[in-house]
Design a binder for this molecule. Structure first.
Ligand code: FAD
Length: 578
């Protein structure tokens, strides 16, 4: 049941087996799976509001309207980014039930087999390998016919998908004016643009139809999927929204280790805090930025840094908040000779409202689609000079270095007139590592976020390859008569590397795929924050289950990996308490 402010005393007087901090992508999976056992009493604490009834969170096309500067976003900003001409960039995170899965851009990509095999290698736990994780991808997924009911034969590989899980995943539900030309361009050019049946098979290289977290015509989030009414009816699940956890507290000592099973939270911004204690485990699922913030505020982190902030160090774990990995993204755009793009739906509120009515009444139309119709993954050849000094940052020879996706509109701020095609590239194998730290003047306010985007030695060269590849894609004759001109200031095929690099430093941003700030390392390793079973090192009673535990960002948008890791985590937790 979703509790209200009036139920605070019920929470204080209930004995919970598990308390989960953060009702986001991963946290709701854990809440759902643990309460499958009627003997477990679970409290889920979410800082943001409920997502119920919010159209912008439900309509796939409106995903770009959910952030920044909304009540559903933590509205974070990074520190100035040296490789981005010193600008501070907006860094959204979901602040609502469902977390970032309620506000993200819905793209469903898993990464490569080798990403997961590398997780297994670096943690010493084969459980994180692709072969072991594929059943968890399938367990979380409910592959669903697209809204327009078109024949999807040959557009995906059913053998790698789940059809009975929780999160709806679907191919595009409305055809767009660029579909035919995009497919023709892939086929004309071949090579790096070769098509693949399904990039979610573990071997992503190739281009195909986009897959998005859409069930029917609606966004499928961890809230709509894992906290659907039939699960919220469970009497052993209490969900408290508008409840911001400030820190966790040591409850006792076991086996020489401090045990942390209590949390302190403030309901609806109240000045006084409430405390609850889990009898079995506390699970932090506050995401890659807030999980380390909570740990640090609780005295778990680098002891010397904590001392300098006048926080009593309780557990020395210097890697808390370090090892941050994220994907840089850059979007190119062209004006096009068509009135069939989606730009008018972004700039004209009358048209937008008409389309919202159509979506509500029929579940059809433009708004059933997310941001991309086609997605492809490209691997830079092994012989590239980029790799000659430092080697290939990809986890293996079957993994891509960048992703390209096509949008039938200008992805970014829509100008008053014009029709556009956008092609965005995401550099998938960053070696830059950033960090998140407490803000010394406001420990519980926004943390200091520094992803250090594009500062790894192969980062700019690989993003430059992505831009070159995009320029080759638009050179296909399939676009003749359609693409008119690049938008102002954008490089063309004759640009030098120096010109491309200038464009990159002026235009690259984050794809918001931040991971790694509570990294998994082998049991007994001196580095890292959690063991491969996601238990926090050097303490008892505490696990972390969210994207922050992934030691490397996978070659894909990060929600699919987060769902799968949370599904496995739920099994690990259940097994420990069976
Ligand atoms: C704008 C945007 C677009 C994206 N687009 C895509 C995409 O298209 N495809 C894709 O796969 N991935 C995308 N991502 C990334 C993906 O959504 C995230 O990697 C993933 O959802 C992270 O899941 P999580 O469980 O780690 O954290 P989250 O889902 O962010 O959950 C953390 C939850 O904890 C809550 N919380 C935090 N601190 C506290 C506290 N102190 N007390 C109580 N609760 C707290 C938060 O409010 C939130 O609900 C996008 C992300 C963003 C921000």
């Amino acid at each position: 049941i979703i509790l209200t402010q009036n139920d605070a005393s019920l929470v204080s007087s209930t004995k919970y087996d598990f308390v989960i901090v953060g009702g986001g992508t991963a946290g709701n999976v854990i809440a759902n799976r643990l309460t499958e056992n009627p003997k477990f009493k679970v409290l889920l604490l979410e800082a943001g509001p409920s997502d119920a009834g919010q159209l912008e969170l439900q309509i796939p096309f409106l995903c770009t309207h959910t952030t920044p500067n909304t009540a559903w976003d933590w509205n974070y900003t990074t520190v100035p980014q040296a490789a981005l001409n010193g600008v501070s960039i907006s860094y959204p995170r979901g602040h609502v039930l469902g977390g970032s899965s309620s506000i993200n851009c819905l793209v469903y990509t898993r990464g490569s087999k080798e990403d997961f095999d590398r997780y297994a290698d670096v943690t010493g736990d084969k459980g994180w390998s692709w072969d072991n994780m594929l059943p968890y991808f399938k367990k979380s997924e409910r592959f669903t016919p697209p809204a327009d009911g078109h024949n999807t034969t040959g557009q995906f590989d059913p053998s790698v998908h789940g059809f009975n899980g929780r999160v709806g995943v679907s191919l595009p539900g409305a055809a767009t004016a660029i579909d035919g030309r995009a497919n023709a361009a892939f086929d004309q050019l071949g090579g790096e643009f070769q098509r693949t049946l399904d990039y979610n098979s573990g071997s992503p290289v190739g281009f195909g139809w986009s897959q998005a977290v859409i069930g029917g015509s609606k966004r499928s989030s961890s809230s709509t999927a894992y906290l659907a009414p039939q699960y919220l009816q469970r009497s052993n699940l209490h969900v408290l929204v508008n409840s911001k956890v400030s820190r966790i507290l040591q409850t006792d000592t076991a086996g020489g280790l401090p045990v942390f099973r209590s949390v302190e939270f403030n309901l609806n911004g109240a000045a006084s805090s409430t405390k609850v204690t889990a009898s079995k485990e506390l699970i932090l699922s506050a995401g890659s930025l807030n999980t380390p913030q909570i740990l640090l505020n609780s005295g778990i982190g680098s002891s010397s840094t904590l001392k300098s902030l006048h926080i009593k160090p309780l557990v020395d774990l210097p890697d808390v908040g370090e090892n941050m990995g994220d994907h840089p993204i850059i979007t190119l755009a062209w004006t096009v000779n068509s009135t069939q793009t989606y730009d008018d739906f972004n700039r004209n509120t009358t048209l937008q409202n008409q389309e919202i009515q159509r979506w509500k009444q029929t579940g059809q139309g433009v708004f059933v689609n997310g941001i991309a119709q086609h997605i492809g993954f490209v691997r830079v050849p092994d012989t590239s000079p980029i790799f000659s000094k430092v080697g290939d940052p990809a986890p293996g020879p079957g993994s891509p270095h960048f992703e390209i996706f096509l949008s039938n509109f200008l992805l970014g701020t829509t100008p008053p007139t014009g029709n556009f095609l956008s092609i965005s590239s995401i550099m998938l194998t960053p070696t830059a590592r950033g960090n998140v730290k407490l803000n010394s003047t406001n420990l519980f306010g926004a943390p200091i976020i520094d992803p250090q985007l594009l500062t790894g030695s192969t980062d700019v060269p690989l993003l430059r390859e992505a831009v070159k590849s995009t320029l080759r894609l638009v050179s296909a004759s399939a676009w003749n008569g359609y693409i008119l001109a690049p938008v102002d200031g954008q490089p063309t095929a004759t640009a030098t590397d120096a010109e491309l690099d200038m464009f990159i430093s002026g235009s690259a941003r984050s794809a918001y795929h931040v991971v790694g700030t509570s990294s998994m390392t082998p049991k007994n390793a001196k580095t890292g924050v959690v063991d491969p079973d996601l238990k926090v090192k050097k303490v008892g009673g505490l696990r972390i289950v969210d994207a922050s535990v992934l030691p490397f960002v996978p070659a894909g948008h990060t929600q699919a990996a987060t769902y799968a890791l949370a599904e496995r985590a739920a099994d690990l937790i259940k097994a420990d308490h069976s």
